[in-house]
Design a protein around this ligand. Sequence first.
Ligand SMILES: [Ca+2]
Length: 500
Amino acid sequence: MKHRILALLLSLVLLLAAAPAARAEEIVTSDAWYEIFVWSFCDSDGDGIGDLKGVAQKLDYVADLGCGGIWLMPIMPSPSYHKYDVTDYYDVDPLYGTLEDFDALLAAAHARGLRVILDLPVNHCSSEHPWFLSAAADPSSPRRAWFNWSDKAQPGYSPCGEEYYESRFVDSMPDLNLDNPEVRAEIEAILRFWLERGADGFRLDAVTSFYTGNVEKNVELLNWLADAAHGIAPDCYLVAEAWENLAALARYSESRIDSFFTFPVSQAEGYIAKTLGGRGKQNGKKFGDYVALLEETLPENTVPAPFLENHDTGRTVGFTGRTNPDKTKMAGGLLCLMRGEVFLYYGQEIGMVGSGVDPNKRLGMLWTTQEETTLPPPGVTEVEYAYPSVAAQREDPASLLSYYRQALALRREFPLIAAGRSTVLPCETEAAALILRSDGESAILLAVNPSTAETQLTLEGEAAGYARLSASLCTDPGLSASLSGTSLTLPPYSIAVLEG
Ligand SMILES: [Ca+2]
């Protein structure tokens, strides 16, 4: 008994001593998120279209992959297949199910330790939303001031009677007047509705279009949104889509939104693609430079949200090469080494392809055979699959899926990969990079070889303090890194974790 009281007192003292550090780190979590386009993920009732019950059936798959949460693309009622134009912010689209299905999905996700965030498009609603129908039908409608009107034709506006309404994307998506206190009160009610149901946060759509061209006002609204959401659920997670370069992202990241998607990392022209381009002799240096650039440019209080692909971009396989599974794996490996909250897009982990028009990038998840997938979204011009199905890849230790599972497992095994700050150390070869990840108290050393040749290097200077090889991951499952004294051998396309 006495021991237990002593232990309790001791842990209390330790807890109090640790409190300031914990507060500084509190917005840093170490999840990998899995973006799901519900339409194309899993159909539970045989109508050919994915639904929330289908998502619930696949939660074990997502958890087993190593993700800690899912981002559901819009699930609210909408006339479009993608549902980014909402007609009712307080319900589930009947194609996807019901609010009860959503509650069941949440409960099932939480039971597996998975968080669930919802896509929230509030820059605009649908032109079929009752708010806009009323505003459009009658200039004296109380909803008229919920939208932005002009008596002159101008870019980003669509005609309606004698006037024009702001509609930055298409005329079926009228922009809401976000300066109107009634609109803000409605948005707060929407946040409350979903957070009180148990949602764990939101992905905020198109935030640069809130006030097009006005970063300062966008940040003001983002701060208002962050305060409103955290006021309702202090632990909720908010990640915003600002499709911008790094300098602009740095400005947005000064806001109180937890994360902004790190667009410069993604796609064919992004940091990971550029790292893996060329002949490879300088690939390590390139990766180290990009990691250092992110570290010095983004403000300290933000949690980066790097990704390779999403529903608006071409698939990763389009730039890593369909016939180059090792390069596709390494792109995923580099992503999983990034600090912050990484985001995977469904099917990325099995090398699904898709480019060109948007529906091509949103094809049915290949669980087994192409005949068994959901129906292609309307407007698809090409349906093809370059890599084997989940069922086939699951059985293959050399598959892309197996590699992603290992890369995400590595990320979980060493939380400093996600939560630590980066210092890029000198490295005697430009083919590899040595990156220190530290939270100020402990540190690990990541040795990365993103080139196609085996590389040897000596751990010198600060790196020499990390002479214990704790883990390695190679795109070729038959290989592994090795350490002899201070001489480190890194196979082609490999990652090693070293500790002091
Ligand atoms: Ca269905």
